[in-house]
Design a protein around this ligand. Structure first.
Ligand SMILES: [Zn+2]
Length: 204
């Protein structure tokens, strides 16, 4: 039996079922492929924080609101504290790396106090080893576009009115301070003018 040409097949990003590219939705889990054009990492992060698992989709295709280059840089330079995980919304992985690195730093600072040949030092070396392993695996996965990024449909998580109000408020505050600066100048000028007039009066 002849195997179907691979170029005609895509893997469903939700359930992994092999589907034909001509299919509009996954027959296994019902995901409508067209919807993938309307997902963002911003919405995905909110869904992760709220633990709304049913809305989260993990994709390897880069969503429009995050950049691969930024993720690679963060991973390369700050990967040991999980910076790329926090950037892309993989918070649990991020916290693991952050805590392990902090503990490792404290252990290194206490070098003279801790006996590294003792059994308990495994509690230091093992997590640190796992963290380093995860760090470099992540770097490779991001590089070859295999890192799984949580996304959700953007309209499910509209920008909160609170955040919008805050943005407006900041803008208004700037306008107000600009206004008051102008008013101050006008007032200063008035004072100077009045003084000039008074001085003029004296000279006359
Ligand atoms: Zn599916």
């Amino acid at each position: 039996m002849k195997r179907v040409d691979d170029s005609l097949i895509i893997k469903c990003p939700r359930c992994g079922e092999e589907c034909f590219k001509t299919q509009k939705k996954c027959l296994e889990c019902g995901l409508i492929f067209e919807r993938l054009n309307h997902v963002t990492n911003r919405a995905g992060k909110i869904a992760v924080v709220r633990r709304e698992k049913e809305n989260i989709l993990k994709v390897t295709k880069w969503p429009q609101d995050v950049k691969k280059s930024k993720a690679l840089l963060l991973c390369g330079f700050l990967g040991m504290v999980g910076a790329h995980n926090f950037y892309l919304g993989r918070y649990l992985k991020g916290f693991f790396s952050l805590i392990v690195t902090l503990v490792a730093c404290v252990c290194i600072m206490l070098e003279n106090v801790i006996d590294y040949s003792a059994f308990y030092s495994n509690f230091f070396f093992l997590p640190t080893g796992i963290m380093f392993f995860m760090w470099w695996i992540d770097f490779i996965l991001i590089g070859i576009n295999k890192y799984k990024i949580p996304v959700a449909l953007d309209y499910l998580y509209p920008e909160t009115p609170k955040k919008k109000n805050l943005k407006n408020k900041i803008n208004n505050d700037n306008i107000i301070t600009e206004k008051s600066e102008i008013q101050n100048k006008i007032e200063e000028n008035n004072v100077i003018n009045i003084q000039n007039i008074k001085n003029g009066d004296k000279k006359q």
